[in-house]
Design a protein around this ligand. Structure first.
Ligand SMILES: Cc1cc2nc3c(=O)[nH]c(=O)nc-3n(C[C@H](O)[C@H](O)[C@H](O)COP(=O)(O)O)c2cc1C
Length: 185
């Protein structure tokens, strides 16, 4: 007889029904007005890990989030890995409310931000990075994959099909982004 119990799978199955360790990553993206906004994400993982001459990460997210909309618009983000101190987590919670606009949450945010290394080296406008991050990965969305260069921001109530298989808008409310990486700290 099995020693396991059959679990009923509920929403957010990876959080509620699985033992699945996930990082806490604060993603910075560039808004239309050139300011940086921050969102909290866990579904971030290595994507290309071997056999390429570069590395890439994968982000799974709601396609109406500020983060997704900004990536669709300009393709730029930084994945900031934070520590597990109470202070950092209290700040992270403030960045996790769906529907909060950058103008709602950024004035209250206490994370310190600094200029991107890529911006410093090249002059290209990039989202700022978190000064207190243990490590930050500055990334550019590979919009050329899977025909995703046809995806655009602006649909906040769900995208209509057809959907991509693995990059860009992948369902009515979902998106996957393959992010070419460069570690900066
Ligand atoms: C611990 C934690 C992890 C989260 N991870 C994700 C994630 O991986 N993908 C996602 O779409 N939303 C995730 N969320 C929800 C986002 O934080 C939320 O949608 C937030 O509004 C995103 O901010 P933005 O709209 O400024 O991008 C997470 C929330 C919490 C509390």
């Amino acid at each position: 007889m099995s020693s396991f119990e059959n679990l009923r799978i509920v929403d957010n199955f990876y959080q509620t029904s699985l033992f699945f360790p996930m990082p806490t990553v604060i993603i910075s993206t560039l808004c239309e007005d050139g300011s940086t906004t921050l969102g909290r994400y866990s579904l971030v993982q290595p994507y290309y890990v071997a056999g390429k001459d570069y590395y890439a990460m994968l982000l799974c997210c709601r396609n109406s989030s500020n983060t997704a909309q900004n990536i669709l618009r300009n393709g730029k983000c930084a994945l900031n890995f934070i520590d597990d101190s109470r202070t950092s987590f209290k700040e992270a919670v403030k960045l996790s409310w769906p529907g909060d606009k950058p103008s709602d949450k950024m004035p209250k945010c206490q994370f310190l931000l600094e200029k991107s290394l890529i911006e410093e080296e090249t002059g290209e406008q990039r989202p700022q990075v978190l000064t207190d991050a243990i490590e930050a990965i500055e990334c550019t969305w590979m919009r050329e994959l899977d025909g995703a260069d046809r995806d655009h921001p602006g649909e906040l109530n769900g995208y209509e099909p057809p959907y991509h298989d693995f990059n860009g808008i992948t369902s009515k409310f979902g998106a996957h982004f393959i992010l070419r990486r460069r570690v900066v700290k």
